[in-house]
Design a protein around this ligand. Structure first.
Ligand SMILES: O=C(O)CCC(=O)C(=O)O
Length: 324
């Protein structure tokens, strides 16, 4: 299925979206699916205003939870280096000004509706409801203004050092090479401005790397079939975080793209480490969702509660090693 046939235009979150099964088919086939204009213009405006302040605060050292250049994976230092930052962490943190706007966007009914569709199976028994969702990560990816910066090709949960058999297993492929089961989480980028920093190799989430991909420079400018994901303001791309992908941040191009994930209760142990290694456990019990509409707030509180439970059960999870 080509991505063009699986994009949608929707003036408001409740407007026409692809059916849940076609969203799932696109994610399953291509490893990503783009939804155009999921965010309404008023929500977009409020988020642009919040992120402008947050980015200034983070770049000037006023917010310690940042992704620093040139480090790709956590843990990151808390002071912005001369080379700059490429992300701001913990948008739901109660001490971050603007957290109300970020919470409204994360728990937004349109966004969560797409997540539920993508996390559900094709039959009723595997349908996902709000009761199954677990709050995970909500961060901001920003432009690196002083110079070009690139992340290397990677899969979020599969270390590059694995051989083809290990890679197939980590990708959840069965002996016939088919991807089995329903996903444990959904991940998305929601662009507030034009953005084409994310580069993916469509379909690579359901196969080990080819010999050419294995042999390629980790920062290779070209890989066969690769595609820049072009997002306009308010567009969202949901993607399998084990698709072969990277980020390319061009000198001087500002970016404000919200980067989130949401999990499903009980689907995998590994999510605990992937989520908690980012340090969410230190503040999740203090989240303040008082500024949300009542129905969104109820969803938020329940999802937060499930993250707290996951953290309590997981104990000390450490960091996920991706051979950096
Ligand atoms: O910049 C992007 O959109 C990709 C970010 C990424 O690959 C990551 O956070 O692992």
């Amino acid at each position: 299925m080509s991505t063009e046939t699986t994009t949608a235009t929707a003036a408001e979150p409740s407007a026409t979206l692809p059916s849940p099964s076609s969203l799932r088919a696109a994610l399953s086939t291509d490893g990503f699916v783009i939804i155009r204009s999921l965010l309404s213009p008023s929500k977009l405006a409020s988020l642009r205003s919040a992120t402008a302040s947050t980015i200034e605060q983070a770049r000037s050292g006023g917010w310690p939870h940042i992704r620093t250049v040139p480090k790709q994976f956590p843990p990151w230092p808390s002071n912005p280096p001369a080379d700059g930052i490429w992300g701001v962490q913990h948008l739901l943190h109660p001490d971050l000004p603007g957290h109300d706007a970020y919470a409204a966007a994360y728990f937004d009914s349109g966004v969560m509706g797409v997540a539920r569709a993508l996390l559900s199976g094709d039959d009723e028994a595997t349908a996902i409801t709000d009761d199954d969702l677990v709050m995970e990560l909500w961060n901001l990816l920003v432009g690196v203004m002083a110079h070009d910066f690139e992340l290397r090709w990677h899969r979020d949960d599969v270390p590059a050092m694995l051989d083809a058999a290990g890679e197939a297993k980590a990708l959840g492929l069965d002996e016939r090479g088919e991807k089995r089961g329903t996903p444990a989480h959904a991940q998305w980028n929601l662009a507030l401005y034009e953005d084409e920093s994310l580069v993916v190799v469509p379909g690579s989430h359901r196969r080990p790397r080819t010999e050419e991909e294995r042999a390629a420079d980790p920062y290779a400018a070209e890989l066969p079939g690769m595609q820049f994901v072009h997002l306009g303001p308010g567009d969202v791309v949901f993607y399998d975080n084990n698709i072969l992908h990277r980020g390319v941040y061009s000198n001087g191009v500002e970016r404000a793209t919200l980067h989130g994930s949401v999990g499903v209760v009980g689907r995998t142990q590994q999510r605990a480490r992937n989520v908690l290694q980012h340090g969410v456990g230190a503040w999740v019990d203090r989240c303040d969702f008082g500024g949300l509409e009542p129905d969104v707030r109820a969803r938020a509180e329940a999802m937060r509660e499930k993250l707290v439970r996951m953290g309590t059960e997981a104990g000390d999870v450490g960091f996920y090693s991706k051979d950096e």
